[in-house]
Design a protein around this ligand. Structure first.
Ligand SMILES: Nc1ncnc2c1ncn2[C@@H]1O[C@H](COP(=O)(O)OP(=O)(O)OP(=O)(O)O)[C@@H](O)[C@H]1O
Length: 236
């Protein structure tokens, strides 16, 4: 196998077409520096895999790009706005309206049915119950998991739960989907299904997807890979 060619750090200026762009990001948690100098830009409709060993800083990079963690230095720009210049409330509102999140263990609300889980972000955005559940049901159908609608998360399989979580991440029509090891808890068949559906949904809606993974087979679904090593991004 040919060794990947590593370039030096990516450019510091975001390409004009970038939807979301983080440049020169650094973040320390107490004595631990999680990110030293990380940069990543993504365009609408693009699926970028963020690869790297455990502890290299992938999740921290994702959290900075999503406005969940405030970087110590560097800047994140989304559609022309600098996230660090928004108030906490402004960033929360942006996350609810424009971003979707998918995590390793789905993190569905256990007390709600799968349908209610998918409808939840719409309800939080002020949509009434009936139209929210109608839309939620359409997404469950699209992600081939309608049979779980009335069940609580504990009663469905890992693969089904993750497709429900994906429906919840996509139901608001986000412009950017942040997926952190979305297949890490699934067997390869279910993992593949989730990735194919995620890619198809992103393509159709023109959403950008930032996909954190340490698995090469997962990254194969991406348009492009960015590698994080010791808190620094390198391209290949
Ligand atoms: N909230 C936090 N408090 C303290 N240390 C943290 C915190 N978040 C991350 N770290 C540390 O920062 C470093 C990078 O963590 P991060 O989770 O970003 O890596 P990762 O590449 O996503 O790892 P993994 O693949 O294992 O999830 C690690 O040493 C981690 O222990």
């Amino acid at each position: 196998m040919t060794a990947p060619t590593e370039a030096t750090a990516p450019t510091r200026t975001a390409p004009p077409s970038a939807l979301l762009s983080g440049t020169g990001l650094a973040k320390a948690f107490g004595p631990t520096t999680a990110l030293h100098d990380a940069s990543l830009s993504i365009e609408a409709g693009e699926l970028v895999a963020v690869m790297g060993a455990s502890g290299s800083g992938k999740s921290t990079l994702l959290h900075c790009l999503a406005g969940i963690v405030r970087p110590d230095t560097g800047s994140v720009s989304y559609r022309g706005s600098r996230l660090e210049q928004l108030t906490d409330a402004g960033r929360s509102a942006l996350r609810r309206s424009d971003f979707g999140f998918l995590f390793q263990f789905g993190q569905l609300v256990p007390e709600l049915t799968c349908l209610e889980n998918v409808a939840l972000p719409l309800r939080l955005n002020g949509l009434r119950r009936r139209p929210a559940e109608k839309l939620a049901r359409e997404w469950l159908e699209r992600l081939e998991v309608t049979g779980s609608a009335a069940q609580r998360p504990a009663a469905v399989s890992g693969g089904e739960g993750q497709r429900v979580a994906m429906a919840r991440a996509l139901v608001t029509g986000p412009r950017v989907v942040f997926a952190d090891e979305p297949t890490g808890a699934l067997d390869s068949l279910n993992g593949e299904r989730v990735l194919k559906l995620l890619r198809a949904a992103a393509r159709e809606s023109g959403a950008a997807v930032v996909l954190v993974t340490h698995e090469a087979r997962v990254a194969a679904y991406a348009d492009r890979e960015v590698v994080v090593r010791d808190g620094r991004t390198v391209t290949r």
